[in-house]
Write a protein that binds this ligand. Structure first.
Ligand SMILES: *[C@@H]1O[C@H](CO)[C@@H](O)[C@H](O)[C@H]1NC(C)=O
Ligand SMILES: *[C@@H]1O[C@H](CO)[C@@H](O)[C@H](O)[C@H]1NC(C)=O
Length: 271
């Protein structure tokens, strides 16, 4: 840069006192300027990954390891590197910062899905490169559940459908697709939990084996089962016999008290 500026000065002076600059000098200045620009500003970084990335993504799965290496390229001077995990700086040990820097994700977890790792030069944040993790995992769904539901009450079945790539969900009863036009069924799915709500359960209509069946483009079809047994409406507390029982107990106490009445009266008289 210094060389370019002094070149301009000469040119300005040249206007007052026309001194023709030698062509060879001009080329010399231009060349020096070019070298300066290349040497200082063209340093950049590149990321290599294991497993290798494709299209800016690294495909992986839970429990695996992803290692990333960032290298400063075309740098004339030692360059300090920085790593960011989703905009949060990763702290690096000494000896893992200059020219080349490694970071490791070990073990990969489901929460690492869509996380972006960025490496950049501390001296120039425009010199940076990024990769994104794509963590593929199947849904967990849950285990076979047995439910006893009282006739006339409501119940909810739910499946953990979190997965990547996302899955599609259908509900079945006794291996047949559920007829959702029936007003007693309602479904929901927010990508985390899929639910089937059944209202006003009736034994003849609703008792049976239910399945949430999910389909993944990678992991295929899986499901979880629920057995619903509809129980009779629990009869209210039998009031008649209970009252009779209480009456008998009270009567017994009363009779016992009367038979000891004189002794009790003596006690009172003592006082
Ligand atoms: C980093 O790279 C620069 C320029 O290529 C070189 O001069 C320097 O010795 C390197 N430093 C380390 C620690 O590798
Ligand atoms: C570094 O390279 C990336 C693409 O790999 C580019 O987008 C960016 O502009 C470059 N930065 C500099 C300072 O050259």
């Amino acid at each position: 840069m210094q060389h370019l500026r002094s070149g301009n000065d000469t040119a300005v002076k040249g206007q007052k006192k026309p001194v023709k600059m030698k062509n060879s000098f001009r080329i010399w200045f231009i060349l020096l300027g070019f070298v300066c620009v290349c040497g200082v500003d063209s340093a950049n970084v590149t990321i290599q990954s294991n497993p290798p990335m494709s299209g800016g993504f690294v495909q992986t799965k839970p429990e695996d390891t992803v290692s990333l290496t960032c290298t400063a390229i075309d740098s004339a001077v030692p360059e300090e590197l920085q790593w960011f995990r989703n905009n949060q700086e990763v702290s690096l040990k000494d000896g893992n910062r200059v020219n080349t820097s490694h970071v490791c994700v070990q073990p990969v977890s489901r929460d690492d899905n869509t996380v972006i790792f960025t490496c950049q030069l501390r001296s120039n944040a425009n010199a940076k490169a990024s990769i994104q993790l794509e963590v593929q995992y199947p849904p967990t769904l849950g285990v076979h559940e047995e439910k006893w539901v009282e006739e006339g009450s409501n119940t909810v079945l739910s499946c953990d459908v979190r997965a990547y790539p996302p899955v599609s969900v259908v509900w079945k009863k006794d291996d047949k697709l559920l007829d959702l036009s029936s007003s007693s069924y309602k479904t929901s799915n927010n990508g985390m939990t899929a639910t089937l709500s059944i209202s006003k359960v009736k034994q003849d209509m609703h008792q049976g084996l239910y399945t949430c069946e999910v389909e993944s483009s990678i992991f295929g079809i899986t499901g979880n089962n629920f057995t619903i047994t509809v129980t009779d409406k629990v009869t209210k507390f039998p009031l008649g016999p209970a009252i009779a029982g209480v009456v008998v107990v009270l009567a017994t106490i009363l009779l016992a008290t009367i038979s000891r009445w004189d002794r009790i009266m003596k006690c009172f008289k003592k006082d």
